[in-house]
Design a protein. Structure first.
Length: 266
């Protein structure tokens, strides 16, 4: 199957993202993140996009796979070299999540929610996920940020094990979408947020992320991280995007990664 993506057409359409930025386009690839990492480590400049029509081994967090059928979704990875300390690299992933959520809201879908740290939900179902991977020496960060987004999937396009927990823009809005136009809108939003993050810091973005989260301050949450389970009440986001957990013992725990679920608290 030939791709709906064309590198030259993408470069012209997305010139506002980064004038002169390179677009690396594939009909079929194992993983856009793997290719973007290869380019990053080879010295590729910031702004390069890796886009595919289909992934055969799309990756999510913690070794999970991302279902990436041809012609239906958005599978894109960004090569980035932000002026941030390595410890602040997760803020880029949160910034991309906010851009995705706001682009979905722009379609008239007001049920979009963010599940910390990297899932995009519509209602209670997952529509997208972000996987950021950093490389770099102390004082300089290079990273890639990959996005998988279900765009024009119908219910029958999901495998049985995903069908109950997944959705798409098409299923949520009732009609299909031009993926190139949608990507152009997303990139415009991400460029604004990414620039603001480096110029003004993370405060505004973190406030927006928290507003869009799937639970609010004071809600009971359970976090599984590195084989350890912690439980408490959500106490906000830290300056580097970490989730703050009030365990009720007078101590606030700072969680930089993990799988989060809502939990009943006594």
């Amino acid at each position: 199957m030939r791709s709906g993506w064309n590198a030259d057409a993408l470069a012209r359409r997305l010139a506002e993202w980064r004038p002169g930025a390179r677009v690396v386009c594939f009909d079929r690839i194992e993983s856009t993140n793997d290719k973007a990492l290869e380019l990053l480590e080879a010295g590729e400049p910031e702004g390069t996009l890796v886009v595919a029509d289909e992934q055969t081994r799309g990756r999510g967090r913690r070794g999970r796979s991302w279902h990436s059928p041809a012609g239906l979704g958005l599978y894109v990875s960004f090569v980035l070299r932000p002026s941030l300390a390595p410890a602040d690299a997760p803020l880029v992933s949160l910034t991309l999540a906010v851009a995705v959520a706001e682009a979905i809201v722009g379609l008239g879908c007001d049920k979009v929610r963010l599940k910390w740290p990297n899932d995009i939900l519509i209602g209670s179902r997952k529509v997208g996920g972000i996987l950021a991977e950093a490389r770099g020496d102390p004082g300089r960060t290079g990273l890639i940020a990959g996005l998988g987004l279900n765009v024009n999937h119908t219910a029958g396009d999901f495998p049985e094990e995903l069908a109950g927990n997944s959705t798409s823009l098409r299923l949520s809005t009732g009609h299909s979408w031009d993926r190139m136009r949608w990507l152009s809108d997303l990139l415009s939003r991400f460029e604004q947020g990414y620039g603001a993050l480096q110029r003004r810091g993370a405060g505004e973005m973190l406030a927006t992320f928290e507003r869009l989260m799937s639970f609010t301050r004071g809600a009971g949450v359970r976090i599984e991280s590195g084989g350890e389970v912690r439980q408490g009440r959500f106490a906000g986001l830290g300056s580097a995007g970490e989730l703050l957990l009030d365990t009720g013992s007078g101590k606030i725990l700072s969680c930089r990664f993990g799988d989060v679920q809502c939990a009943r608290m006594r």
